[in-house]
Design a protein around this ligand. Structure first.
Ligand code: DQA
Length: 148
């Protein structure tokens, strides 16, 4: 099983960027943590980050046919990128949208996600743990685990 973990614009700056909001872990630390979680779940994680909308779309188009699900933090593209939304929807894969910060507790323009309607679900405000929760949930569902 293979899960694509995709981070959008400015998330390469984690660890330097507004630590009070985004925490002090770097993207490489986050990627390493997800790889480790992937190993313990017995699955492959492919990490990708781009600052460009086209770069993200090209990656999704190229890799989704060999993947089972996508975890994505689209950064600010969350709020307006219909082309990213279309690429994610066209992949036909289950998508979990993740945000480090709580997008509903910040500026008004951040409260709208154009990705959420095509996602399996959204996790917002749990910091890096949100990615781990998304991974465990997605893999659990793909393996047909039932809860409760
Ligand atoms: C973010 C929230 C977005 O509004 C912002 O533009 C980001 C990061 C988050 O992880 O909280 O770049 O997606």
């Amino acid at each position: 099983m293979k899960i694509l973990v995709i981070n959008g614009p400015n998330l390469n700056m984690l660890g330097k960027r507004n630590k009070a909001i985004y925490g002090d872990k770097t993207l490489s630390q986050l990627d390493a943590m997800l790889k480790k979680q992937g190993q313990s779940l017995g699955i492959d994680i492919v990490n990708f980050q781009s600052n460009s909308e086209g770069g993200l779309i090209d990656f999704i188009q190229k890799h989704s046919s060999k993947a089972n699900g996508i975890i994505i933090n689209p950064g600010a593209l969350t709020h307006y990128s219909f082309s990213l939304r279309d690429a994610l929807a066209d992949s036909g894969l289950p998508i979990i949208e993740v945000h480090l910060s709580n997008i509903y507790a910040r500026e008004e323009w951040r409260t709208k996600s154009v990705i959420a309607p095509i996602a399996r679900g959204q996790i917002s405000g749990l910091g890096w743990q949100g990615y781990i929760a998304a991974l465990r949930t997605l893999v659990g569902e793909l393996k047909g685990e039932t809860w409760g």
